[in-house]
Design a binder for this molecule. Structure first.
Ligand SMILES: C[S@@+](CC[C@H](N)C(=O)[O-])C[C@H]1O[C@@H](n2cnc3c(N)ncnc32)[C@H](O)[C@@H]1O
Length: 392
């Protein structure tokens, strides 16, 4: 296993995304928050991974998962390894994941290492921890992935512990720009976070596409999925029933091309009711956030909720029924569909029980179950359930 990735708020989403792109055998979950990947860090397309927060290269297995052993190892190895960093001031940060320790302990360990490095005649600065794990902003703003920086990451699953070094971290500013700085946004159609759009695309893509592929989003809204797909190099095709949304997507994709380096070349956006539309061929991948029904601030009474589920299900059901004969067998699809957080469990779209009859096989992941693939935030009534299908 050549790389280590730390995972986002819902780690299983990040694991399924990696499994989808690299295959189950290349992926080994490690503890609750990390995964080993059998791909060299320089070959991991980190910028397109929505579910991973950091990409690290593996340095060494640590002597034990206990902090005193880890602390002694780190305090000793930093001065031994400092000459690998080019001349100039060295900046060091340390994140500790899955090991019992404290911010004070981390500080003490780094101060010991700092003294030893200074004694070698080198100037060094340490980044103070606010938590046991540094956040992306601290890593970026302190230049810890630059040539004169080091973010060391200690990670344990309780039995083993590894030391690794961060080579890339989530581009938080890029995500914010692609989300909040877009000229056309609409709170009523929901705000799909760009990171989640990336995960949806990667679950639908199934591998790193070697040639140009056309990705269809039949519920394109303001165009977040198409934006992220264009940046990954897909040609994109979007449709929506609402003429305003068609205009918004066109405007946002124009803006994207002006501001970012867009690898995808082809763009086609048109008006279309996904339950009836005939799409231009060929379609290689379908990835979208479908119609989610009305936004809800609290769980409605059961009669009202049944009505919402019925109406939402009808549109989603008629959409995948209309889509099936238009896809070649083997075409992969990832749909983010609504699931409602009931009192005890999630309530799912009834159409999910009829996927086989509708012409699809649901993809099963080795390292994540279907119930792991529900994106939700605390207090959110309408969650997004990610359904990965292959046209039979
Ligand atoms: C949850 S929003 C998708 C938001 C989108 N991911 C974005 O980036 O803004 C659902 C979209 O489905 C569209 N829609 C609803 N019913 C539709 C239908 N029958 N056919 C096509 N689009 C539909 C709505 O206009 C809305 O833009």
């Amino acid at each position: 296993m050549k790389s280590l990735l730390t995972l986002g708020r819902q780690p299983k989403l990040g694991i399924a995304e990696l499994e989808s792109l690299f295959g189950a055998e290349a992926v080994t979950p490690f503890g609750a928050q990390a995964v080993f990947l059998d791909v060299e860090p320089e070959h991991v397309p980190f910028a397109r991974l929505g579910g991973s927060t950091r990409l690290c290269s593996k340095l060494a297995q640590l002597p034990s998962p206990n902090w005193p052993d880890i602390r002694d190892y780190i305090a000793k190895s930093i001065p031994e390894q400092e000459h690998y960093v080019p001349e100039g001031k060295l900046t060091i940060g340390l994140s500790v994941i899955g090991v019992k320790t404290s911010i004070k302990d981390i500080e003490r360990c780094l101060l010991t290492a700092k003294k030893a490095v200074k004694a070698l005649g080198r100037s060094v600065r340490i980044v103070p921890n606010k938590q046991l794990e540094l956040n992306a902003a601290q890593i970026i703003h302190n230049g810890l992935t630059n040539t004169n920086g080091w973010e060391l990451v200690v990670i344990s699953d309780g039995q083993n512990a590894w030391l690794s070094q961060t080579v890339n971290v989530q581009d938080i500013e890029g995500y914010a720009a692609r989300d909040q700085a877009r000229p056309y946004r609409d709170a009523r159609v929901g705000m799909l976070p760009p990171k989640l759009a990336q995960t949806i695309i990667n679950l639908g893509a199934s591998s790193l596409q070697p040639t140009k592929q056309l990705l269809l989003d039949p519920f394109c809204g303001t165009g977040v999925v198409l934006q992220e797909a264009s940046l990954m190099g897909f040609d994109v095709y979007g449709t929506d029933i609402n003429p305003r949304m068609v205009e918004y997507t066109i405007g946002n994709l124009h803006w994207l091309r002006e501001k970012f380096d867009v690898a995808g070349e082809y763009v086609r956006i048109e008006l279309g009711d996904a339950t009836k539309h005939g799409w231009q061929q060929p379609i290689n991948v379908v990835a979208c956030e479908t119609y989610l029904g009305q936004p809800l601030m609290s769980l409605p009474n059961s009669e009202h909720l049944s009505k919402i589920i019925y109406e939402t299900n009808l549109i989603n059901h008629n959409f995948i029924k209309n889509l099936a004969p238009q896809l070649k067998s083997g075409t992969r699809i990832c749909l983010a569909v609504p699931a409602w957080r009931g009192k005890h469990e999630f309530l799912h779209l009834p159409m999910l029980d009829h996927l086989t009859e509708l012409g699809y096989n649901r993809v099963k992941f080795v390292h994540a179950s279907n119930s792991d693939l529900i994106y939700h935030r605390e207090n959110q009534v309408v969650a997004r359930e990610l359904i990965v299908l292959v046209k039979s």
